[in-house]
Design a protein around this ligand. Sequence first.
Ligand code: COA
Length: 435
Amino acid sequence: MTSWKAKYQDKIVGADEAMAAVKSGDRVIIGHAAGEPQALLEALVARADEVRDVEIVHMFTMGPAKYAQPGMEKSFRHNGLFLGKSTREAVADGRADFTPCFFHEAPRLFRQKIMPVDVALIQVTPPDTDGFCSYGISADYTQAAAESAGIVIAQMNRRLPRTGGARISLDALTYIVERDEAILELPPPKIGEIERKIGENVAGLIPDGATLQLGIGAIPDAVLLFLTDKKDLGIHSEMFSDGVVRLVELGVITNNKKTINPGKFVATFLMGSRKLYDFVDNNPAIEMAPVDYVNDPYVIGQHDNMISINSALQIDLFGQVNAEMIGAQQFSGVGGQVDFVRGASRSNGGRSIIAMPSTAARGTVSRICVELDRGAAVTTSRTDVHYVVTEYGIADLRGKTLKQRADALIAIAHPDFRGTLRSAIAKPRKEVVAV
Ligand code: COA
């Protein structure tokens, strides 16, 4: 038996025994994204008949989120800071809630008891020789949740990569559940011709030596395909995925030119395949930091040539970006989009880029529109937005009048929709806007 096991033997319990600590009315925070402690959630959901009104706070859900399924509403109430496939319907049906929140502010909600935390369910590696466990691939708000919670239940999983940066002492854990299981993986994105063209357009905006933030999905991965000729790129990103590993192997990403944290990949969570998890495991160049550091616009802005790349669902002719709602339905959330748009704006030589296909719904809807859909929210304001990129080109909106912005956006809209958009701006705006 290793020394830490001897010392902490009394904290080691089965998942069912640990979950008995969750009481009706508690607020439970779940480790984020691929850091989700799946065995603990299974055991919690199995207690559905024994608990009432347990609030489950989560952000990007990669697992099945059984607690948000129909029939669970008396036992669990999901509160998403961001929505995914498995939680969208519950919010749309009124069986779950959504709380708007900049990602970098999530830790503050817990630490300042704006959302007091009763129980944190986290996933950690076995401890190192000093008795500290790594948070692996989810430091983000998970560290703040664990440090703010009355009870911390950790799934100790030997398949979780051990990373540098954020870590937790065994002393801070209330219960330890030893359970090795496969880490949740993100399926590879589908990169088609449109995404490749967008990737090529975005790559033209990235200078050698730039530090990159990459959002979620096919477009950031498509951008990476076109960076093979660049030199000395660096990563300071909310998250990154498998596409980065290839550029490291090609010697393109070195992190050598980063203004702060040189030589390090800085991220707050990671999602990808096992190849990514193996790449980061015990890799001294990986620094996992909490999201109130990584996504703080003032930290981001200290990097010279900071380039942020995020996507959107629609953009109106003012340049207002909706990246989170389809019509009146919440689709995702703001995540780190505004954090990085603002950080990149402050950066010397920085650029923030919103990249998206010109159409949606199999080409039937223009994402560049006169007005955002009725009921939709503005994620990134027109005053914050800088570059917008589609497969048809690049619109640089900064310093442009409303008329110039509209013209620049129409020029990168799908040709089938340009006529309608042009005729809308030909009239005075008060005649165009629906009442
Ligand atoms: N009207 C109707 N349907 C639309 C639409 C619109 N304006 N825009 C998109 N859709 C549909 C798409 O057609 C697609 O449906 P399909 O799969 O049936 O074809 C679906 O909605 C998803 O759109 P898509 O653009 O493929 O989404 P994505 O998975 O690439 O994610 C965002 C794009 C913007 C939702 C995602 O990047 C996000 O949530 N961003 C906000 C947070 C953020 O940027 N954080 C920082 C990085 S982590």
